[in-house]
Write a protein that binds this ligand. Structure first.
Ligand code: PMP
Length: 459
């Protein structure tokens, strides 16, 4: 049965979706009796679904992506013009938008000098894993091929990146995984794993212990989120990053910072790592890079790494033997250029800092009113509230109750997020990542909705 014919015919669109679309991250059983939500239009931070309901989106498109907000005509126009001029070329040649954006991006990242294009955060991270393995093969006599990753961090959905998932529920059922990926402990201070000394330094020292156990000569790189996103919005404790950097230098381990969520303004600086004085060897980015107006991801690295892939031209094994077919789409870098201009011209980094402070202050006020909030944390417009059944024992609130709060906010017309079935027993953090254009009014509406939902839970 045909449900819908054109993009303007909304009458059958929900039925068509229900009949044929397999949604991401979704159990479809409920859709046997209930309609899925289908979004039709967005403006700024507001969205409308096919039934005409309006929402305030506090998660930037579900997964912290639409940093500059919906309905940006200047991005659409720039992409349109470029697609008519040249939509695509991939392989061993460049394009004008690719060159222009690479230069603009590198100007924001002192110490880095090269950009490799692909399409998704997972893919950008996989590129690093391949580069590290190739460096090991060619420059370390096959040693230094292992990659460290951290408990609670997430780096993507492919088998390779799932091998570095610190979130067990995401990776379960899809193994076996490739060898050479080794886990280190998380650094969330609220759930302390060590009780003496400076917590941040101690958490970093735990990485060194793993390095010594595995043998420093076997470790090529470590991948870390600057602020852990889906794993519970984990900001680093004081002293953590300087010590991590020191350990990487000591053992000649390349530092790969996954900026897929934090990149392009989310934490109030261009990149999350820039809050902590980190000097990375690799930076990967995707979501906010073009705010979802086109698919694009980048792997940025240093000249030192880049030089390791240059060799005698007749040696066909020395260059990076990789391609991303759609890394040649020009829509991505063009959208990214305009996205960056908007962040700059509209002062969105400063707005993110100011609105982030307001959001954090509101969350702290909620914490005083609702005992179920055990901890609030965040940086810029990237905040989380961890919910507990008991503040003293920190027993996590039951996942179904966390989801009930998300659903209640949705019923009030405010979309918030939560750690989504990623951590066994710890899917108890509400996540907020409004667009960087948020106003004081938007921020207050978000926390007012949470206040009402939390009050119902207590009642
Ligand atoms: N890294 C991080 C930190 C992420 O949050 C995500 C996506 N949620 C990814 C990588 C993977 O990005 P993508 O879905 O574009 O492959």
């Amino acid at each position: 049965m045909q449900h819908t014919e054109t993009l303007n015919d909304l009458s059958g669109v929900v039925a068509a979706d229900r009949a044929h679309v397999w949604h991401h991250l979704s159990q479809h059983k409920p859709y046997e009796t209930a309609d899925p939500r289908v979004f039709v239009e967005g403006r700024g931070m507001r969205l409308w679904d096919a039934k005409g309901t309006e929402y305030l989106d506090a998660v930037s498109g579900g997964v912290w992506t639409v940093n500059v907000g919906y309905g940006r005509e200047s991005i659409a126009n720039a992409v349109r013009d470029q697609l008519i001029r040249l939509n695509y070329y991939a392989g061993a040649a460049g394009t004008v938008p690719g060159a222009v954006f690479a230069e603009k991006l590198i100007a924001k990242m002192p110490g880095l000098s090269r950009v490799y294009y692909s399409n998704s955060g997972s893919e950008a991270n996989e590129k690093v894993y391949k580069m590290v393995r190739q460096i090991a093969a060619r420059h370390h006599g096959g040693r230094k091929w292992k990659i460290l990753y951290r408990e609670r961090d997430y780096h993507g959905t492919t088998i390779g990146t799932l091998a570095t998932s610190g979130q067990d529920q995401r990776a379960m059922q899809y193994g076996p995984y490739p060898d050479g990926f080794v886990r280190v402990p998380h650094c969330l201070e609220y759930r302390k794993q060590w009780h003496v000394g400076n917590y941040g330094e101690r958490a970093a020292d735990a990485i060194e212990e793993v390095i010594l156990r595995e043998g420093p000569d076997s470790i090529g790189a470590i991948v870390l989120e600057p602020v852990t996103a889906g794993g519970g919005v984990i900001t680093p404790p004081e002293g953590y990053w300087p010590r991590v950097q020191e350990i990487c230098r000591k053992y000649d381990i390349l530092l790969h910072i996954d900026e897929v969520v934090c990149g392009l303004g989310r934490t109030g600086t261009w990149f999350g790592y820039q809050n902590y004085g980190i000097e990375p060897d690799f930076v990967t980015m995707a979501k906010g890079l073009a705010s979802g107006y086109a698919a694009i991801s980048c792997t940025a690295t240093t000249e030192r790494v880049f030089e390791m892939f240059k060799d005698a031209p007749e040696d066909s094994m020395s260059y990076f033997r990789d391609i991303s077919t759609f890394g040649g789409c020009t829509a991505g870098p063009v959208a990214a250029i305009e996205n960056m201009r908007i962040i700059e011209d509209e002062g969105l980094l400063a707005n993110t800092v100011a609105m982030g402070e307001r959001l954090m202050a509101n969350l702290q006020a909620l914490m005083e009113r609702h005992a179920v909030i055990g901890d609030v944390r965040g940086k810029g417009l990237f905040c989380g509230a961890e919910l507990v059944a008991d503040r003293a024992t920190k027993e996590p609130l039951d996942e179904r109750m966390v989801q009930a709060i998300v659903a209640d906010c949705m019923a009030q017309g405010v979309i918030i997020g939560a750690t989504n079935r990623s951590l066994p027993g710890l899917n108890n953090t509400l996540c907020l990542s409004p667009a960087l254009i948020a106003t004081p009014d938007d921020i207050d509406r978000i926390t007012d909705a949470m206040d009402r939902a939390l009050a119902k839970l207590a009642g």
